[in-house]
Design a protein around this ligand. Structure first.
Ligand code: SF4
Length: 335
């Protein structure tokens, strides 16, 4: 942080009912871009305009912190350096490389996106074209259009939304008061023509490092005078109950997502030469303590869900006159 206080010439926000003035927009742009120049981290995906590398970083950064992503990003690109290599690679390798990042469906979707790019003969460069690729939502489409193709487009993730909301609409806690549409419209107004790459990187960085959810550094914020949330946000944050995070973590243990992760962890440890995978009855004790035959239908429903999402293959025993035994079904990572 640069420790500076409000810069001279900053424009306070106009009345709430008014539209943002050019003067306000310009002062926010200047303050934020200056802050970014002094505080930007050196991140590997900021050194490239390759849409494939940008996409890999954006997908990994969804739900995962920057520091954790960096080694995964580098290992992934060592193994799959181009969109062609990912499109043609074994899905089981993609899922193995994702181990520890969580939200494994992202890995399979990333490969589907790569395959679609190859099928159509190249990358679309605008957000609408990118959104037609499988697995790409509005945020990722905007991010790739901006960070790979340097288009001046607006898109908002949690961090960006928070900053834009606080600056113009005021405190976002305990609940945001502005709609997603209003925040996105304002984000679009703020993008400086010809400088969208810097601007959106700056907004992401500012939300991640400075105007954070629970500890906004308002006292040393260069945007103080332009920010409608400034007078009250810190008192609001301080008044919120603590411990919400711990409660959620407790709820995660034992959730469907938790057990899906446990199944994938066990499947990743099955050597790839054991192509036919592992029987449900052998898999169960690795997934849940005290697993018994009565739990086989439950485990089958978990692996069926993974199979529907392209994260696992389930091979059933051929049907016979006897009642089928789901416990002998074999599960593996996809080829
Ligand atoms: S003054 Fe506080 S709330 Fe406003 S932009 Fe700066 S850090 Fe965020």
């Amino acid at each position: 942080m640069n420790g500076q206080s409000a810069a001279g010439g900053e424009a306070p926000p106009p009345e709430r009912s008014a539209l943002p003035t050019d003067e306000w927009v310009e002062s926010v742009r200047l303050g934020l871009l200056r802050w970014f120049r002094d505080n930007a981290r050196e991140l590997p995906w900021r050194r490239t305009r390759d849409p494939y590398r940008v996409l890999v970083s954006e997908v990994m950064l969804q739900q995962t912190q920057v520091d954790r992503v960096i080694p995964y990003y580098e290992a992934f690109l060592d193994r799959f350096p181009t969109v062609e290599s990912l499109a043609a690679g074994p899905t089981s390798d993609v899922i193995r490389l994702w181990a520890g990042l969580g939200y494994n469906r992202r890995a399979v979707n990333l490969q589907r996106t790569a395959q679609a790019v190859i099928e159509r003969g190249g990358w679309p460069s605008d957000p609408d074209g990118l959104r037609n690729l499988p697995g790409i939502g509005p945020y990722t489409a905007g991010a790739v259009a901006c960070f790979a193709f340097e288009q001046d487009v607006a898109f908002v993730d949690t961090n960006m939304r928070r900053v834009v909301h606080r600056l113009w609409f005021g405190p976002d806690l305990p609940e945001p008061i502005a709609s997603e549409r209003s925040v996105l419209d304002l984000a679009g107004r703020l993008v400086p023509p010809g400088n969208g790459w810097q601007w959106n990187q700056a907004l992401i960085e500012f939300g991640a490092l400075h105007c954070t959810a629970r500890k906004p550094a308002c006292v040393v914020c260069p945007l103080q005078r332009s920010c409608r949330a400034f007078p009250t946000i810190q008192a609001i944050v301080a008044s919120l109950p603590r411990g919400v995070r711990k409660k959620n973590e407790g709820a995660f243990q034992g959730s469907n997502r938790y057990y899906r992760g446990q199944v994938l962890k066990a499947l990743r440890s099955v050597p790839s030469q054991e192509g036919s995978g592992i029987e449900l009855r052998r898999l169960g004790p690795q997934v849940r303590e005290g697993f018994s035959d009565a739990d086989v239908p439950w485990l089958k429903s978990v692996v069926d869900g993974l199979a529907r999402d392209g994260l696992a293959l389930v091979a059933e025993e051929p049907a016979s006159y006897d009642a089928g035994d789901a416990g002998t079904a074999r599960v593996s990572l996809p080829d």
